[in-house]
Design a protein around this ligand. Structure first.
Ligand code: ATR
Length: 284
C-alpha cells in the first residue's frame, strides 16, 4: 500500500511502452512487503536535465536508466561507480540524501546470466564478441572484469571495434584483446579454440528474425557456449543454429532480469529471487 512513507523508484527513458520493469519490481515490492513504488517516467528529449533536478528535489530513491539516456545522464550525476565509468554508461541511479550516484548493473547482469544460468566460468576462457556498440561495450567489461583469457572482438566496421578495444585495453592493460573484421575467412582460423561467442548486435531481432546468423552454423559445436543478447524472438536464428549443432545456448533475457535484481539491491538492500521474475516475464 502507498502511504506517507512510500519511497519512489522508477525508470527513465524514451519511449518506455515495452518495459517489463514496473511490473517486475512492483511484484517483488509487494511480495516482500516493502514500502516502495516503481513507476515509469518517459522523459522527452531535451527534458533530461530538468527531470534529474526534479527527481533530486522530490527525493526519488532510485532510478533505472534506459535508451536513449544511459550516456547522457552521466554529467548530471554527482558520482559515478568505477564499473559504470569503464562502460561509459549508467543504467542505475541511487539517491543518497540528495547525492546521485550512477551504477551500471548491465555488466553484473550479463556475468550472472552467463555464470549462473549457463553454468559457465568466464575466467581464463576464450571469447568472441560480435558487434562494437553499446551492448558490446558492457559485454567486454563484464568478461574482462571476470578475468577472461582472451577476447576476439569482431565487427562489420573495423574502426569502431578498434576504438572500443583501445578503451578496454586502457582499463585492462594485461588482458589479451584482438580485433578483426567480422568475416568467415578470418574467424575460421581461430574459432575452434573459442569457448564462448556473444552476439551483441541487433541481428535476428524481431521483426527481421529470418536472417543468416553472423557466425555460420557449421562452426558451432557442443564445446562453444552461444549467447545472443537479443531475447525477442526468444530463439534467434543464431540460437537455432546452435541448438541444431548441440551447442549450449542462451538468449539475453537473463541479463535483463539480473540487471534489475542488482539495481533493486542497490536501492533497497533486498535480493530478489530470479525464478519468480523469470516466470512473470514468460507470461507477459
Ligand atoms: P547497441 O548500443 O545496442 O549495441 P549500436 O550501437 O547500434 O547498438 O551497435 C550495433 C552493433 O551491431 C554495431 O557494432 C553494428 O555494426 P557496425 O559497427 O558495423 O555498424 C552491429 N550490426 C548491426 N547490424 C548489423 C548487421 N546486419 N551485420 C553486422 N553487424 C551489425
Amino acid at each position: 500500500m502507498v502511504d506517507i512513507n512510500t519511497e519512489i523508484l522508477g525508470l527513465i527513458g524514451y519511449p518506455l511502452s515495452h518495459s517489463l520493469s514496473p511490473l517486475l519490481h512492483n511484484h517483488s515490492i509487494k511480495e516482500m512487503g516493502l514500502n516502495y513504488v516503481y513507476l515509469a517516467f518517459p522523459i522527452k528529449e531535451g527534458e533530461l536535465e530538468k527531470a534529474i533536478h526534479g527527481f533530486r528535489a522530490i527525493n526519488v530513491r532510485g532510478l533505472n536508466v534506459t535508451i536513449p539516456y544511459k550516456e547522457a545522464v552521466i554529467p548530471l550525476l554527482d558520482e559515478i561507480d568505477s564499473l559504470a565509468k569503464k562502460v561509459g554508461a549508467v543504467n542505475t541511479i541511487l539517491n543518497e540524501n540528495g547525492v546521485l550516484k550512477g551504477y551500471n548493473t548491465d555488466v553484473i547482469g550479463l556475468s550472472r546470466m552467463i555464470e549462473e544460468d549457463a553454468n559457465f566460468t568466464i575466467k581464463d576462457k576464450k571469447a568472441i564478441i560480435l558487434g562494437a556498440g553499446g551492448a558490446a561495450r558492457a559485454t567486454g567489461i563484464a568478461l574482462l572484469q571476470k578475468g577472461v583469457g582472451e577476447i576476439h572482438l569482431l565487427n562489420r566496421t573495423i574502426s569502431k571495434a578498434k576504438d572500443l578495444a583501445k578503451d578496454w585495453q586502457a582499463y585492462y592493460p594485461d588482458s589479451l584483446i584482438k580485433v578483426n573484421l567480422l568475416d568467415e575467412k578470418i574467424y575460421k582460423e581461430f574459432i575452434a579454440e573459442v569457448d564462448i561467442i556473444i552476439d551483441t548486435t541487433p541481428v535476428g531481432m524481431s521483426p527481421k528474425h529470418n536472417v543468416e546468423p553472423l557466425i555460420k552454423e557449421k562452426y558451432l559445436n557442443k564445446d562453444i557456449l552461444v549467447v545472443d543478447l537479443v531475447y525477442n524472438p526468444q530463439e534467434t536464428s543464431l540460437l537455432k543454429a546452435a541448438k541444431r549443432r548441440s551447442a549450449p545456448n542462451i538468449n539475453g533475457m537473463g541479463m535483463l532480469l539480473y540487471q534489475g535484481i542488482e539495481s533493486f539491491k542497490i536501492w533497497t538492500n533486498h535480493e530478489i529471487n530470479v525464478s519468480k521474475w523469470r516466470e512473470l516475464s514468460m507470461n507477459m
